[in-house]
Write a protein that binds this ligand. Structure first.
Ligand code: ADP
Length: 298
């Protein structure tokens, strides 16, 4: 994406959104982004910096959908901000170009997360807060660039089934893995017997790359795929790729103890992300999907 064109579009969108700061962009510097979007730091004429994510339209994800994806991210960031536990960047403007769409937000001077115990405490605090009576959200959103079914459901297991079904449909696993996928869907309620589930606010994509600390050491989270769901579902991806210390989980489980059957459900919650990675990034994740299916069903 040409920086000049993006800079002009960001300025217009900030004005339209009623941004109270300076809207004149003097430079748009590409920075190392995540795995899904291009990332830029915009420097404004006032010296303020903004963080801008841009997604180029692609087959199956046109410019309008890219803008909807960023609207959903905005909504998620606002929900996390409202929860008041973590520092979360303030979303400022979403804009659509012919080639794609962007989301401009507050720039945070992020550093590595050091106080993981505190992070675990805050996560438990967020999960324990009461806020919704059903599971899901008022609209679907995206996990990475994969659509995430997110309609309101009275039953958590029903919502989880819809989501697993969606990822399994996209994955089209063949052979034993495919059969295990279908068996898991059938047996899904049995993993939740006797477990009390209340809707908790879930970040939804909380791997170590989506959290950090700010300049004062306060934990920061970003890039969410938010919904109201079973608190344990947050922990799936946290246990998959490393980067979180035992102290974090110890602090979390001091406040929210593991319920019976936790390990099997954790495998299912990991499977959801493994399937999503398989669908996004390809066959390297197939073995992970098969082994998590085996773990859950054994
Ligand atoms: P993607 O959607 O592509 O995964 P992310 O939202 O994870 O992109 O952002 C990519 C990287 O940019 C993050 O890993 C983080 O290092 C940095 N980042 C994200 N949000 C901000 C922000 N508001 N301010 C400064 N840096 C940020």
């Amino acid at each position: 994406m040409a920086g000049v064109e993006l800079a002009a579009a960001v300025a217009v969108s900030l004005e339209r959104s009623g941004f109270s700061g300076c809207t004149e962009v003097v430079s748009m510097r590409p920075v190392n982004g995540g795995s899904i979007n291009d990332a830029y730091v915009a420097t404004m004429a006032s010296g303020e910096r903004l963080f801008v994510k841009y997604h180029q339209a692609e087959p199956g994800l046109g410019a309008d959908q890219c803008a909807m994806m960023f609207d959903a991210e905005w909504n998620g960031l606002e929900l996390l901000r409202k929860a008041g536990c973590f520092r979360v960047p303030q979303p400022l403007a979403v804009g659509r170009l012919a080639s794609g769409a962007f989301l401009a937000m507050e720039h945070i001077d992020i550093r590595p997360l050091r106080d993981q115990r505190r992070f675990g405490e805050l996560l438990a605090e967020m999960h324990l807060a009461v806020g919704a009576e059903r599971f899901g959200l008022e609209s679907d959103n995206w996990i990475g660039s994969t659509p995430q079914p997110n309609k309101w459901h009275a039953s958590w297991v029903d919502l989880l089934r819809v989501r697993l079904e969606y990822q399994l449909d996209r994955a089209q696993l063949t052979g034993e893995a495919g059969q295990m996928g279908q068996a898991l869907l059938q047996r899904l309620p049995s993993f939740f017997e006797g477990v009390e589930i209340r809707p908790s606010l879930i970040h939804g994509d909380l791997y170590a790359g989506n959290c950090a600390a700010d300049e004062h050491g306060n934990p920061v989270v970003y890039d969410p795929a938010v919904y109201w769901g079973h608190h344990e579902s947050e922990l799936g991806i946290m246990h998959m790729f490393g980067g979180f210390s035992p102290e974090l989980f110890e602090a979390y489980h001091q406040r929210i103890p593991r319920a019976p059957g936790f390990d099997k459900r954790l495998a299912i919650y990991q499977l959801y992300h493994a399937l999503n990675h398989y669908n996004l990034f390809g066959s390297g994740y197939r073995t992970m999907c098969a082994s998590l299916l085996k773990q859950a069903l054994s």
